[in-house]
Ligand binder design. Structure first.
Ligand code: ADP
Ligand code: 5GP
Length: 216
């Protein structure tokens, strides 16, 4: 599914990276995703559809496409999702068409999706997918971050905490596992992973042509 994208000064083509960030809610993946998007101009965000209500400050079409359950069901039955899952009491899904368009335009794509989404994406796109899991330094710190974020009721925070251990148990479905202790340090590691993955030989589809020319 992944298109080739222009690469460095040698004119190599390379396959786009489908870069997945997952974490238990509150560990900091949105914070890191925002920093990464600001720093990486060849990276575009996949905006998911969700049936959950917008949080204060969230913008429809930027943070999520907020849809009702009927619209979500229609999108699923019309195969408009690359993957979708139940998370908490809501449904979340990745619309397929924008991802195809971003890859076609030569972008890498960033996904903020849970382990179920990472698993489904890996089944579809295999070697193009890079899965990064972000851990909090402790469960107590995770709780503090959810409180400090000030976006959820105590009941919702308690449910997120109750689910956190189950999410962490999927750590071995990821290529990289990082602890988000210092946000700058964690961000730099994520950036390093993206840079290295972009350079992987298996993504350099134009390399063979360059090698041929080099040998003559
Ligand atoms: P997620 O997207 O994983 O649910 P967020 O990115 O919304 O998490 O982060 C949850 C809260 O924790 C936010 O208020 C954010 O500013 C804060 N946060 C993120 N990373 C760190 C960190 N390394 N140290 C302290 N607070 C952090
Ligand atoms: P939140 O409600 O905090 O924005 O997100 C809750 C969880 O749903 C997070 O773990 C987030 O990564 C996940 N999520 C968001 N969008 C999608 C999606 O399109 N697919 C899947 N599988 N998970 C998603």
């Amino acid at each position: 599914m992944t298109q080739s994208t222009d690469s460095d000064q040698h004119g190599f083509k390379r396959r786009g990276v489908l870069f997945v960030l997952s974490s238990p809610s509150g560990a900091g993946k949105s914070t890191i995703a925002r920093k990464l998007l600001a720093a990486e101009h060849e990276l575009s965000m996949s905006v998911s559809a969700t049936t959950r209500a917008p949080r204060e400050g969230e913008v429809d079409g930027r943070d999520y496409h907020f849809v009702d359950i009927e619209e979500f069901r229609r999108m699923a039955s019309d195969h408009e999702f690359l993957e979708w899952a139940h998370v908490f009491d809501n449904r979340y899904g990745t619309p397929r068409a924008p991802v195809d368009a971003m890859l076609h335009a030569g972008k890498d794509v960033l996904f903020d999706i849970d382990w179920q989404g990472a698993q489904q994406l890996f089944q579809i796109a295999g070697g193009d997918v890079v899965r990064v899991f972000i851990l909090p330094p402790s469960m107590a710190e995770l709780h503090q971050r959810l409180i400090a974020r000030n976006t959820d009721t105590t009941e919702v925070i308690n449910r997120r905490m109750a689910r956190a251990a189950a999410e962490v148990s999927h750590w071995d479905g990821y290529d990289y596992v990082l602890v988000n202790d210092d946000v700058e340090a964690c961000f730099r590691k994520v950036q390093t992973i993206l840079a290295a993955e972009r350079l992987k030989r298996s993504r350099q589809t134009g390399l063979i042509g360059f090698i041929r020319k080099l040998m003559h």
